[in-house]
Design a protein around this ligand. Structure first.
Ligand code: C2E
Ligand code: MG
Ligand code: MG
Ligand code: MG
Length: 291
């Protein structure tokens, strides 16, 4: 076999291409099954306020463990779900799962916190988002201010006009919106000003190399400043070291999320962490004590 590549040259078929294709096909069929059987689950990663030293939110992260493949990263399976037309259903399931869980935690008298859910750009384009969010909030009884939606900067800037309309409807409902992976796309600052956004999430790639990479430190500082001048909250993702925390804190970034405090946790473990916080300042986690 020979395959036409995008640039018109002819590429020889190599065995690993067949393997990749094969894996992809098997993944697709396993994902159809997973969606039918509801084999997905959600992990929760705490978000911490550096001033009060408390958990002030969490990000919901989709997980999938397949019998054949084992644990597979959402970085690999989300694009497949998008390609095979399942992201909308699975996305709706995530929304409902997270809102149900959050409501349950509130009923158990744990500190009420907003939980953020990642949206695929396809969910925004499909135009049932407003309806889906509305009916999930109705069904679960969760107050809208405890739901936050994350949209990547790239998705937002691809069709800012269309996004603006949908976001306005969501914000009118009381839902919060944050821009995910901020700094990796190309935001038009005039759109940023107009969109009803609550929060910027500084992408992990900039935080990762603090304090070794001077440009990343400048970019991070600039994003924090941008947030402050536009009156937006700023949270840094992928925080792994105390050095990074001190850098961020000195520059006025109040919220962080990352392995330094906690990896994304299975539902019961996250609940334990929240419960610990409800009686004390998360003393159970030594990381918080170091702050
Ligand atoms: P994201 O939304 O930017 O999520 C943050 C990712 O960074 C998560 O990876 C998280 O585990 C990881 N992370 C957090 N702190 C650290 C850290 O300190 N160090 C390192 N090395 N990594 C850290 P995860 O869970 O593998 O998710 C990857 C991406 O998959 C997410 O990036 C998001 O784009 C997508 N995704 C996850 N769940 C969903 C979902 O329910 N719907 C959609 N549409 N996308 C999702
Ligand atoms: Mg996210
Ligand atoms: Mg992110
Ligand atoms: Mg990211």
């Amino acid at each position: 076999h020979a395959k036409e590549s995008g640039r018109g040259e002819v590429r020889a078929f190599r065995p690993e291409m067949g393997e990749r294709f094969n894996r992809r096909l098997r993944l697709e069929s396993r994902l159809h099954r997973a969606a039918d059987k509801k084999e997905f689950f959600v992990y929760y990663q705490p978000q911490v306020d550096l001033v009060t030293k408390r958990i002030i939110g969490a990000e919901a992260l989709l997980r999938w463990e397949d019998q054949e493949f084992g644990m597979i990263s959402p970085v690999e399976f989300i694009p497949v779900l998008e390609d095979i037309g399942l992201i909308s259903n699975v996305g709706k399931w995530v929304l409902e799962e997270v809102c149900t869980q959050n409501k349950l935690w509130q009923e158990r008298n744990l500190t009420p916190i907003p939980i953020s859910v990642n949206l695929s750009p396809l969910q925004i384009v499909l135009q049932t988002l407003e309806e889906d969010v509305y009916s999930v909030l109705q069904k679960t009884g969760l107050e809208s201010k405890y739901l936050e939606l994350e949209i990547t900067e790239t998705a937002l800037m691809k069709s800012p006009e269309a996004c603006a309309l949908i976001l306005q409807q969501l914000v009118a409902m009381g839902v919060r919106i944050s821009i995910d992976d901020f700094g990796t796309g190309y935001s038009s600052l005039s759109y940023l000003k107009k969109l009803p956004i609550t929060k910027l999430k500084v992408d992990r790639s900039f935080v990762m190399e603090i304090p070794d990479n001077i440009s990343d430190m400048s970019i991070t500082t600039a994003i924090i400043g941008l947030g402050q001048s536009l009156n937006l909250d700023v949270i840094a993702e992928g925080v792994e070291t105390l050095e990074q925390i001190n850098f961020l804190r000195e520059r006025g970034c109040r919220e962080v999320q990352g392995f330094y405090f906690s990896q994304p946790l299975p539902v019961h473990q996250f609940e334990e962490l929240l419960r610990a916080q409800s009686v004390m300042h998360v003393e159970g986690n030594q990381r918080f004590a170091l702050l």
